[in-house]
Design a protein around this ligand. Structure first.
Ligand SMILES: *Cc1c(COP(=O)(O)O)cnc(C)c1O
Length: 494
């Protein structure tokens, strides 16, 4: 399947799209068409283990890769997960199911793709005849950074440099990053906020002087953030996998299907759900759940995307975002492949901070998507209710999804269609807020909170969180926001 930039007609192969990360015209690479699966294909998927499902899905999606070639990559990518099902589906009452995506080494759903991306990246570079080292630069507001550091750690032919806002990530997230091991990993705090770090990275990508310096060192730049096709493709696999499992166990049927609720920030995870639906997965509504940064809720309800609004810091920080970059791929479908239309919308977003779709396009959007949001108070209440009534311990991002899923059932009266809620992080990654929500007393830091949460609930804390407390800090570099290029180069000299 070839890929096209959302902002122009240029068509490229999957390996080229993965190495580049973003199209030269600033667009994202989107599939020209999608393969179609039938009921019997889901029956076949159900019989495979998770790595085989992933390899099968990626072979369908990405031209230039065979299933035989992808299978060992998938096996390695998912070898460090703490649940043999990799992405297990758990049942709650009332026709509700939870798809757990946090069993990877960094305890958030980013591992599902970032444990796979290094394999896709190095294979793609080989296919493209790229001899230089692939130097990954990433700005993070928390979860992506650590997942990229773990994914690319000691992968030959690559290096990774992560920038995070000093004081702008949670204690656990920071400790995860600054204790990162590996000969090719670099971490630097930026004196500034996440936007400064993100802008700094984007500036480096467009800086010919910096590229020349990297080239002289035998390196070429690439990106591990969620606009890279190599992150999107592995995410499609878990939606197909979950549907296959639910069908196989008779929990859902082919005709009725299942509604899927996804806690959303950059629109990457839920977009993979949309592609799975287009590929024939029996997904009915996609429920887009936001926190107080409800720009997507408004878009789905009014057809107007308006980022000119206050930015809220919430207890679900990985969803604190006002520019959902992956939405651009869905806009291409709303515009029926008209890249000039997408270009216009993106221009308006940049210049005026808003754009509006037509009534017909809005009808199409609403056929597939429902949007809702939950603020911190509602999220905490939902976390408490789920723990007290159903013995289900939930992180704040998943709490948002649980709350919005309930709103959907209440508002639409659709209580019959089974509901799959996507769970994106371990509650222990955000232990302090979860402990507060369920009224457990904590004295001390985030690690004390994790210990208290385990003692009070009996739900085992992942070893990765508790071990973090005593791990040595290996990265102490801090830089100004206009000195990030020098920090990258200094990292290579160490
Ligand atoms: C990144 C992240 C999200 C948001 O996912 P998008 O693909 O950006 O929509 C939700 N929850 C957690 C825990 C995350 O790390």
């Amino acid at each position: 399947m070839p890929f096209i930039s959302t902002r122009g007609a240029e068509m490229v192969s999957a390996p080229e799209a993965i190495v580049r990360g973003i199209a030269p015209d600033g667009g994202l690479y989107a599939p020209v068409s999608l393969p179609r699966l039938e009921k019997k294909d889901f029956e076949a998927l159900a019989k495979m283990d998770y790595a085989s499902r992933a390899a099968h899905t990626l072979a369908l999606l990405l031209d230039g890769f065979t299933e035989e070639e992808l299978l060992p990559m998938a096996k390695s990518a998912y070898s460090r997960f703490d649940d043999s099902a990799i992405a297990p589906v758990k049942e709650l009452g009332d026709s509700r199911f939870v798809l757990e995506l946090f069993h990877g080494p960094t305890l958030a759903f980013k591992d599902m793709a970032l444990q796979f991306l290094p394999w896709l990246m190095t294979a793609s570079a080989r296919k493209q005849g790229e001899q230089r080292e692939i130097a990954i630069l990433t700005a993070t507001s928390g979860d992506t950074g650590k997942a990229a550091l773990e994914g690319f750690r000691d992968v030959p032919g690559t290096s990774v440099t992560v920038f995070y806002p000093q004081g702008g990530v949670s204690a656990v997230q920071e400790k995860q990053m600054v204790t990162s091991q590996g000969k090719n990993v670099h971490v630097c705090a930026v004196r500034g906020n996440f936007d400064d770090a993100q802008t700094g990275v984007k500036t480096l990508f467009g800086d010919p002087d910096f590229s020349a310096k990297m080239n002289a060192l035998g390196k070429t730049l690439s990106s591990a953030n969620s606009i890279n096709l190599g992150r999107l493709a592995p995410q499609v696999a878990y939606y197909l996998s979950a549907c296959a499992v639910l069908l196989d166990e008779g929990k859902i049927d082919w005709e009725t299907g299942v509604n899927v609720c996804v806690p959303t920030g950059n629109f990457g995870n839920i977009l993979a759900g949309w592609y799975a639906k287009r590929m024939g997965a029996p997904i009915k509504k996609l429920i887009c759940a936001s926190n107080r940064n409800d720009v997507l809720t408004d878009f789905i309800r009014t057809g107007v995307y308006d980022r000119v609004r206050p930015f809220h810091k919430t207890i679900s920080p990985s969803m604190d975002i006002l520019i959902s970059s992956n939405l651009e791929r869905f806009l291409l479908e709303l515009a029926q492949g008209d890249t000039a239309q997408v270009n216009t919308w993106m221009g308006e977003l940049k210049e005026k901070g808003r754009y509006e779709i037509t009534d017909t396009q809005k009808a199409l959007l609403n056929e597939a998507f429902y949007g809702g949001f939950a603020d911190d108070e509602a999220t905490k209440q939902t976390i408490a209710r789920l723990w007290n009534d159903e013995h289900c311990l939930t992180d704040p991002h998943t709490g948002v999804a649980m709350d919005v899923a309930e709103q959907y059932r209440h508002e639409t009266g659709d209580r019959e269609t089974p509901l799959l809620i996507v769970s994106t992080a371990s509650p222990y990654k955000f232990a302090a807020d979860v402990a507060e929500a369920i009224e457990i007393k904590v004295e001390g830091d985030a690690f004390a909170a994790a210990q208290a949460l385990e003692n009070a609930t009996g739900v085992k804390a992942p070893k990765a969180v508790l071990a973090l407390k005593d791990m040595p800090v290996l990265h102490t570099r801090v830089c100004d926001k206009d000195k990030m290029g020098e920090a990258v180069l200094a990292g290579f000299r160490d």
